[in-house]
Design a binder for this molecule. Structure first.
Ligand SMILES: Nc1ncnc2c1ncn2[C@@H]1O[C@H](COP(=O)(O)OP(=O)(O)OP(=O)(O)O)[C@@H](O)[C@H]1O
Ligand SMILES: [Mg+2]
Length: 495
């Protein structure tokens, strides 16, 4: 199946050209011996015999036209008349009253003996004046016409002219052969022309596709396709229809984003108040143990909801292009050490060891709290999805001017079919199991992490094998290696 329209147009045109050449050739071959052709040939041989008669009549006016030099051979045309007759190129026979040939043209003389005899017999038996007829010899196929010499005083009685039908057939064959030889050239030239024309025709569509791909990457819906006012042709209509569609998409996406941002923003304050109230109630320690447990559950859920609302707000802001970074020099190695400490505490209940395999002294221009949030997300996941007694390995190294941070675990891993979706919002593998096993979550952590990585011009990728563990790799460009050790804390920042 050919996918490109250009290639399809080229092939179809070449096929059409091939069909035309074949139809033309077959037409020529079938029509080579039709009625009109025989009528034409008949007219020709009759005119040849007329010409011969006229030559003889003119010669007779000057004297006898035959002479007998050899009694064995019999009478022959006198040489002067014979040489005039030689101008007639085809088959020609002049017979005397006794039915003997007094002149045989050069072409007839060149016939093989058997064919010459047949021609002579046929000439004798031809009915003069009637229409021409076909005579098939072994070496040729001849169209014959006979004429009578009307003057009874001369020894000449019958003149037979003939023309080979094979000569014209050879002409047709020549024509066919040249057509077949020309066919590949016609096909190649036609193909090149079609490829060029196809390219010109498809180019605007390719431009539209490229522009559309750039617009529909999710963050450029404010842009529109160019060339909408060009010529008012089909492509201009397609462009303006697509532009209208992008406009509607922009409106609905915008509405959705605004709603998420507004709703999360509005929810933030009551949740903070709720959380503070529960904490205050717990601090008073006035209730029974049972009541305290209820309050603790409520606090956990409110904290979870507040985290969710915060994540939603971050993503909504990122969608609106308001994911502003406050850039500063970030000491990646000390940040990773802090994270490792937190990870060790988080992993302790499940006996998960946290090791640091490599930690180069690297700095990068970036937003420290955001990067910390990113690394914490990765480490939390690594601990959360690793079973008892597993290991989480952290590393930081520089590669081609970029800082490469990896978080590797020996946990449950991610199925190959799930891997492409893990950075999508609200996506969680095997939801039911993770909820039951205490591995709750919103499915927003990696989506936010990827936004943070991209906002820093970096990438966040995952490699994983089900049951074997996962490795998350964060690459941040523009890293600098510190020669001397500096204070091991990142510069503080007010969020
Ligand atoms: N290290 C890991 N090992 C195995 N699976 C993982 C790992 N990290 C992420 N996943 C899978 O990817 C899904 C998405 O991760 P993500 O961090 O976005 O969400 P979450 O951890 O479920 O919730 P939260 O928003 O609280 O972080 C997880 O639910 C889990 O199925
Ligand atoms: Mg997570």
């Amino acid at each position: 199946m050919i996918r490109s329209i250009r290639a399809r147009v080229t092939l179809l045109l070449m096929l059409a050209l091939l069909v035309c050449v074949v139809v033309f050739a077959v037409g020529i071959w079938i029509g080579r011996k039709d009625e009109a052709y025989y009528r034409e040939l008949q007219r020709y041989v009759e005119s040849q015999s007329e010409l011969a008669i006229r030559i003889i009549m003119q010669a007779e006016a000057r004297g006898p036209v035959t002479v007998t030099r050899d009694s064995l051979v019999g009478a022959q045309l006198v040489p002067e008349v014979a040489s005039v007759m030689e101008v007639i190129p085809d088959y020609l026979m002049v017979l005397d009253t006794a039915g003997r040939a007094v002149y045989v043209s050069q072409k007839a003389r060149a016939l093989p003996p058997g064919d010459l005899t047949s021609l002579q017999e046929s000439a004798l038996n031809s009915e003069p004046g009637t229409s021409a007829r076909l005579l098939t010899l072994r070496s040729d196929q001849i169209f014959l016409a006979a004429r009578l010499e009307n003057d009874p005083t001369t020894p000449i009685e019958r003149i037979v002219a003939g023309s080979s039908t094979n000569t014209t057939e050879a002409l047709w064959l020549d024509l066919l052969r040249s057509m077949l030889m020309l066919a590949p050239i016609v096909l190649v030239t036609g193909g090149v022309a079609a490829y060029f024309i196809g390219g010109v025709a498809v180019r605007p569509i390719t431009t539209i596709i490229t522009e559309l791909e750039a617009i529909t990457d999710g963050r450029s819906l404010h842009r529109r396709l160019g060339g909408a006012d060009a010529q008012g042709d089909e492509l201009a209509r397609l462009t303006s229809t697509l532009n209208a569609m992008i406009g509607r998409l922009e409106n609905s996406f915008g509405g959705l984003r605004r709603f998420t941002a507004d709703a999360s923003h509005e929810l933030k304050t009551p949740l903070t108040v709720l959380r503070a109230s529960i904490e205050r109630a717990m601090m008073a320690r006035r209730g029974s143990n049972e009541q305290m447990e209820y309050l603790e559950d409520a606090l956990n859920e409110v904290t979870r909801m507040a985290d969710l609302v915060n994540s939603l707000l971050s993503l909504a802001r990122a969608d609106e292009g308001r994911f502003d970074l406050v850039r500063d020099v970030v000491l990646l190695d000390s940040m990773l050490r802090d994270i490792a400490e937190t990870a060790t505490i988080l992993g302790e209940p499940n006996g998960i060891a946290v090791v640091m395999s490599e930690c180069e002294p690297l700095t990068v221009e970036g937003d420290a709290p955001r990067l910390r949030q990113l690394l914490l997300n990765l480490v939390e996941n690594a601990i959360k999805y690793t079973t008892v007694g597993g290991t989480v390995e952290l590393s930081l190294a520089s590669e081609n001017g970029s800082a490469v941070l990896t978080v590797k675990d020996t946990g449950m891993g991610i199925a190959a079919a799930d891997l492409p979706f893990i950075f999508e919002r609200f996506w969680r593998a095997d939801r039911a199991r993770s909820r039951g096993s205490g591995r709750g979550g919103t499915g927003l952590g990696l989506a936010i992490s990827q936004y943070i990585a991209q906002a820093h011009g970096g990438t966040l990728t995952a490699q994983s094998r089900l049951g074997r563990g996962s490795t998350f790799t964060l690459t941040l460009p523009g890293t600098v290696r510190r020669e001397q050790s500096r204070p091991e804390t990142s510069p503080p920042r007010v969020a």
